[in-house]
Design a protein around this ligand. Structure first.
Ligand code: G4P
Length: 296
C-alpha cells in the first residue's frame, strides 16, 4: 500500500495504560472474554496486547460488520483464528445476522470445559459472566443491545459521571458487563493506521483526508479494481497511482474548481464516505495471507 504521503498518525500510550487497568480490574469477575473485531480489518482492529491482557480466560472473537465485508475472506479469517485455537464467528450487530449463534457456540465450544466442570461440581444455575472488548466504534454497544433481554437506557459517557458496573442479562443464564472495555488500537504501523481510518475507527480530523483517499484507492485498485470501474465509470491501468485515480474520479464526477483543477478534498471525502457507507460494496481490506505469507 502506498502511504508515503501520509502524515504520521500517532498512537497515544496513555490510552493503553487506561485500557490495561480497565481490563485487569474486571477480569477476575468474568468467565470469558468476547473480543469484537471489524470483519473488514480483523488484525488491524485487534490490539496485539489482547492475548496477554486476557491470558487465562477463554476467548471468543466476533467478526462484526460482516454485512460490509467480503464473505469469502471472512471465512478465511474464521479458519485463521481456528488455527490459533480461538473460536470466531461472523456477525452483523446492526441487523442481528449471526447473533443468535453466539450463545450456542460460546457454550458448546468456548466455555465447554468450564461448564462441564461446574456441572460436575453441582454448580448448576450459576450465571456465565462475560467481558466485551473492542476498539471504539467496532460495535460493542450494538452487540450488547442486540443480546440484552430488556431494553437498555443509553448511558452517556459524560465527564464527572461515574458509571456503575451493571450486569446485563442476555438469556440462557449468561450476563455481560455493561461497561465495554474500550480497547485502543495500537497503530505505530502506518498501514494499520490507514486501514483503521478507512473504516472510520479513527476520526478524520487528525488525518490528511486526500492522502488517505489516495491510499484507499491504491488498495482498491490492487484488490477490487472492478469496483472502481463499475462505481466511478473510470478506466484504470495497473500503473495508476492513488493520486491519478482520485483525479479521474474527481473529473468524472465534475468536482472541479476554477482553472479545471480537480477539487481533491471534495473527491477524497466522497470516496471515503462511499466506502464507509458500503456504497462500494463488501470490501475487506486485509487477508490472513497478508500476515502469514500464505496463498489465500
Ligand atoms: P462501540 O460501542 O464499539 O463504540 O460501537 P457501536 O455499537 O456504537 O457502533 C458504532 C457504529 O457501527 C454505529 O453506527 C453502529 O450502528 C455501527 N454498527 C455496529 N455493528 C454493525 C454491523 O454489524 N454492521 C454495520 N453495517 N454497522 C454496524 P453509527 O453510524 O455510529 O450509528 P447508527 O448508524 O447506528 O445511527
Amino acid at each position: 500500500m502506498d502511504n508515503t504521503q501520509m502524515k504520521d498518525i500517532q498512537w497515544f500510550p496513555g490510552h493503553m495504560a487506561k485500557t490495561r487497568r480497565l481490563i485487569q480490574s474486571n477480569l477476575s469477575l468474568v468467565d470469558g472474554v468476547v473480543e469484537i473485531l471489524d470483519a473488514r480489518t480483523p488484525l488491524s482492529s485487534r490490539n496485539p496486547e489482547m492475548d496477554r491482557l486476557t491470558a487465562g480466560k477463554p476467548k471468543m472473537i466476533l467478526l462484526n460488520k460482516c454485512d460490509m465485508a467480503d464473505d469469502k475472506i471472512t471465512t478465511l479469517w474464521i479458519d485463521y483464528f481456528r488455527t490459533l485455537g480461538i473460536t470466531a464467528i461472523a456477525v452483523d450487530c446492526k441487523n442481528g445476522k449471526g447473533v443468535k449463534n453466539f450463545l450456542p457456540v460460546l457454550k458448546s465450544k468456548v466455555l465447554k470445559e468450564l461448564l462441564e466442570k461446574r456441572n460436575a461440581q453441582g454448580m448448576v444455575g450459576r450465571p456465565i459472566r462475560l467481558m466485551i472488548v473492542g476498539i471504539p466504534n467496532v460495535g460493542k454497544s450494538s452487540f450488547i443491545n442486540k443480546m440484552a433481554q430488556s431494553k437498555r437506557a443509553k448511558v452517556e459517557d459524560r465527564p464527572g459521571v461515574t458509571r456503575t458496573k451493571q450486569w446485563v442479562k442476555i438469556g440462557d443464564g449468561a450476563e455481560m458487563l455493561d461497561m465495554p472495555g474500550v480497547l485502543w488500537p495500537k497503530f505505530d504501523d502506518q498501514t494499520i493506521a490507514c486501514k483503521l481510518a478507512f473504516t472510520g475507527a479513527i476520526k478524520d480530523d487528525i488525518l490528511d483526508i486526500e492522502s488517505l483517499a489516495m491510499t484507499l484507492l491504491a488498495n482498491l485498485a490492487e484488490n477490487y479494481p472492478e469496483v472502481l470501474v463499475s462505481r466511478y465509470k473510470i478506466e484504470i491501468s495497473a500503473e495508476d497511482t492513488g493520486y491519478e485515480l482520485l483525479d479521474k474520479i474527481g473529473r468524472k464526477r465534475g468536482m472541479l474548481i476554477s482553472g479545471g483543477e480537480v477539487n481533491y478534498e471534495r473527491a477524497a471525502i466522497t470516496v471515503l464516505d462511499e466506502y464507509r457507507s458500503g456504497k462500494l460494496g463488501r470490501i475487506t481490506l486485509e487477508k490472513p495471507s497478508d500476515f502469514t505469507g500464505g496463498e489465500n
